[in-house]
Design a protein around this ligand. Structure first.
Ligand code: AMP
Length: 402
């Protein structure tokens, strides 16, 4: 039986699974939405599938139902040989992926205060899979790990020192798995090694972040203590003046209300008053809807400013790379962003940019552009699968399995 690696991504209301073989081929995908409600829906290989997902019984029952369906459909013919889990926050404890044991679970739990909406559900997924497959190595891969190479000048806030020492208030950065994949892929395409590749990597999806990568290491990034800081996102504001808190409190807005507004009602949705979906926004803007045009303008301008800011961390730049649903698919957003950056030397080729407006990838800059600009589709699941396979083959995993 060919060894396989299962990738598990547990969210608060969704569950995503992907099964890979050892040649990096994806054998199966599952997406369950509206989890933990009586209306859970499952898609296997992108097609809606009748699976009864128990509303009670948590992640273990849901995973059990989904895995049984995968076996029934003939997509999973044997137990996986490794399981990789996406974990959002690894604090300062985890600089890389780890094989899960009881101590690791405790440390992930200890980071939960920094990601209360994510880490507890990520943990629930790991615990459920450990019960279902007690002899199979489980590996945790952290969104924050790639950014643990940030220097203090990039990760410290200008706040009283004890905020950091006592309460771990610092910038952590997120989307690390995607930015790492960009480094690996861009290096391959530029015929370099990751360790000699320097990039600005823009991950633009519903969540957006940008990272400066110097010689393969993350040295600055736009997200901070939480994934709220930085760029304009689908429903998140990104950077605002911290003085906003005080001012809005005089208007009767509480900290809880403001947190909800900044996370769920701002960004593209807040500015346009219509949608957080960039494709729809661009259509609306084309039909003369001014607030949507403004939302697109603010999005691109903030991104361009951040691209400029990331240059402060680099002494060489091999490419600017775009990824994520918007970065991969929207030639318009890439064009509008780079139009602010002529002075810095990012010059797109209109035809190449359009040609790579769909699912194809490649260089989109003019040959005379000072810096190449590349579109690369991200693949976080593959990184998690690769890390899980690697660690499952380590001596520690083999000892654990004996
Ligand atoms: P993600 O979170 O990576 O799945 O990205 C979701 C975002 O990508 C949404 O805002 C989509 O509207 C956006 N997106 C996907 N395709 C396109 C497209 N062709 N043009 C503009 N935005 C797109």
């Amino acid at each position: 039986m060919e060894p396989t690696t299962l990738v598990v991504n547990c969210g608060s209301s969704s569950l995503k699974l992907a099964l890979f073989d050892r040649k990096d081929q994806k054998l199966a995908t599952v997406l369950v939405e509206r989890l933990n409600t009586p209306h859970a829906v499952a898609r296997i290989q992108g097609l809606e599938t009748q699976i009864t997902i128990p509303a009670e019984g948590g992640y273990e029952a849901a995973l059990q139902a989904v895995l049984a369906a995968l076996k029934e459909e003939g997509l999973m013919t044997s137990d996986p040989t490794a399981v990789g889990h996406r974990v959002v926050h690894g604090g300062e404890t985890f600089r890389e992926a780890v094989l899960v044991d009881d101590d690791v679970l405790e440390s992930i739990q200890a980071c939960s205060g920094l990601a209360p909406l994510h880490n507890p559900v990520n943990l629930a997924g790991i615990e459920a899979m450990r019960k279902l497959y007690p002899t199979v190595p489980q590996i945790a891969v952290f969104d924050t790990a790639f950014h643990q190479t940030l220097p203090p000048r990039a990760y410290r806030y200008a706040l009283p020192d004890h905020y950091y020492r006592q309460w771990a208030v610092r910038r952590y950065g997120f989307h690390g798995t995607s930015h790492y994949y960009m480094t690996r892929e861009a290096a391959r395409r530029l015929d370099r090694t990751p360790a000699t590749t320097s990039l600005i990597s823009a991950h633009l999806g519903n969540g957006c972040s940008i990272t400066a990568i110097r010689d393969g290491n993350s040295v600055d990034t736009s997200m901070g203590l939480t994934p709220l800081e930085g760029l304009v996102m689908g429903t998140r504001s990104g950077d605002v003046d911290p003085g906003l808190f005080d001012y809005l409190s005089t208007k009767g807005i509480t900290a809880n209300q403001l947190s909800k507004v900044l996370n769920q009602e701002s960004g593209l949705l807040g500015l346009s008053g219509q949608t957080n979906d960039m494709r729809t926004l661009c259509d609306l803007a084309d039909h003369g809807h001014e607030p949507s045009r403004l939302a697109v303008d603010v999005f691109c301008f903030r991104l361009a400013k951040y691209i400029g800011a990331m240059m402060a961390s680099l002494s060489q730049l091999d490419a600017l790379v775009f990824t994520g649903g918007i970065g991969e698919n929207s030639s318009r957003i890439r064009q509008q962003t780079c139009s602010h950056l002529g002075l810095l030397g990012f010059d797109l080729d209109a035809e190449l940019n359009h040609a790579h407006g769909g699912f194809s990838d490649g260089i989109i800059s003019n040959p005379d552009s000072r810096f190449p600009v590349i579109v690369i589709p991200t693949n976080e699941e593959l990184v998690i699968a690769n890390e899980a396979t690697r660690l499952a083959g380590s001596p520690m995993a083999r000892d654990g399995a004996q």
